[in-house]
Design a binder for this molecule. Structure first.
Ligand SMILES: [Zn+2]
Length: 413
């Protein structure tokens, strides 16, 4: 009897290494399921993941019935996916989130014994993150006091603290430090700081803020406001990112009273000109200055387009962001984070270049590359390309004397 027992133990031990289905699901538990398949989750919009140890790509196990319809009740928490790649071989459990720390090809295989499997294998490429050379952009907030009475020092301190806090969050957004786990999220290489000196080289009393006392005048139109900004507070854009922080000067009263906007860069060759023909920067509404809004608008200023559009083409020319129809979304499901892409995949919105509602934590690698291309081409950004190692220029800051004409083609919300 003793010998027999010993023999049985040997057999079990031998089987353990060979059994391909150690955690099999039971068909009896899911009688309606005809087969299961392994797929990349549609929330990922990618077959690759940037190998930075943070981004992850999610797999999912989908179950289908006899007529190939998705079985919603299938529970994949006991399933196992085997991962092979880069000399590694390990098993993954629910949720099937794959994070890589080194580039390479990975193969994922669903090992399932109790239910037939179709499309059991998925291939994924882990790609190296791109570390762009950081580009420092000094920011000057032109803060408008619309009251007749000048601001007190206390009020100025409060505003300056608030704007500094917002910029701190924006810096994190552009550095991919805002908690994104999107497989395509990447540091854009853009760094921002509160400008320390004014255009004449004098140290600013409150870094990054230029207070504008309007004396209580009101602006009659957007053009009226733009002309005021052009004449009174448009600092050389080769040295500064100009952000005008004002109450709606008329333009957005027509919409909902809390709109901010930005100007796209003009990538024409302006030679040595210090100023572009029109304003270039961001208009930030005083009542709508949330951090993600500033990241969105600076994104526009650096040539990023909205991820959404009309679905006739890739809306933003960045293949690693989801494109979707804003018109359809607005007509169907307002205030939902879940959106439906132009290719009819459901996804959770997370891109800074989307409108709310959105998680607002992601700039992708393609967007970062588009920004980097803009830094090379745009004449009016404080970059090394323009010969300013720290984003500053000494010399002629003369503006064109001709009154500028509003260029609505370059203006975007
Ligand atoms: Zn926008």
């Amino acid at each position: 009897m003793k010998n027999r027992l010993f023999f049985l133990v040997i057999i079990l031990g031998a089987c353990e290494g060979q059994n391909p289905f150690p955690y099999k699901q039971s068909k009896a538990s899911f009688p309606e399921v005809e087969y299961v398949k392994l797929a990349i989750s549609t929330s990922s919009n990618s077959k690759s993941v940037i190998a930075n140890g943070l981004n992850y790509l999610e797999l999912q196990i989908l179950a289908f019935n006899k007529i190939d319809a998705l079985v919603q009740s299938y529970d994949s928490r006991n399933d196992i996916v085997e991962v092979i790649g880069n000399g590694r071989n390990f098993q993954m459990k629910h949720p099937f989130r794959f994070t890589a720390t080194e580039k390479g090809n990975y193969s994922f295989r669903l090992r399932q014994g109790g239910i037939p499997v179709r499309y059991a294998q998925v291939e994924i490429v882990a790609i190296e993150p791109i570390q762009f050379q950081p580009t420092l952009l000094p920011v000057i907030f032109h803060y408008f006091n619309h009251k007749a009475k000048p601001m007190s020092d206390l009020e100025k301190d409060s505003v300056s603290g608030y704007l500094s806090k917002i910029l701190g969050l924006t810096i994190k957004d552009f550095s991919n430090l805002s908690g994104s786990t999107d497989p395509n999220a990447n540091d854009t290489g853009i760094r921002l700081e509160m400008a320390k000196k004014d255009a004449q080289g004098s140290t600013l009393q409150r870094a990054g803020v230029n207070f504008i006392e309007t004396g209580g005048i009101s602006f009659k139109s957007m053009e009226d406001f733009e002309d005021y900004a052009w004449k009174n507070c448009f600092w050389p854009p080769k040295k500064y990112v100009n952000v005008w922080v004002a109450l709606a000067p008329y333009f957005d009263f027509k919409i909902n009273g809390s709109i901010s906007w930005a100007y796209y860069p003009d990538l024409s060759d302006f030679g040595q000109s210090t100023y572009p023909p029109g304003l270039y920067g961001v208009m930030l509404h005083q009542n709508g200055a949330a951090p993600a809004v500033l990241s969105h608008e600076i994104g526009h200023m650096l040539n990023l387009l909205h991820v959404f559009g009309d679905c006739t083409s890739d809306n933003d020319d960045c293949a690693d962001t989801w494109s979707y129809s804003r018109t359809i979304y607005d007509s169907q499901s307002k205030f939902s984070l879940e959106k439906v892409s132009c290719s009819l995949e459901k996804f959770i919105s997370n891109n800074f270049m989307d409108y709310g509602p959105c998680w607002n934590n992601t700039f992708t690698l393609q967007q970062a590359l588009r920004i980097q291309g803009t830094l090379l081409k745009c004449s009016f950004l404080p970059t090394k390309r323009n010969g300013y190692s720290n984003g500053r220029l000494s010399g002629d800051d003369e503006k064109p004397t001709q009154v500028r004409v509003s260029d609505k083609r370059r203006l975007v919300l």
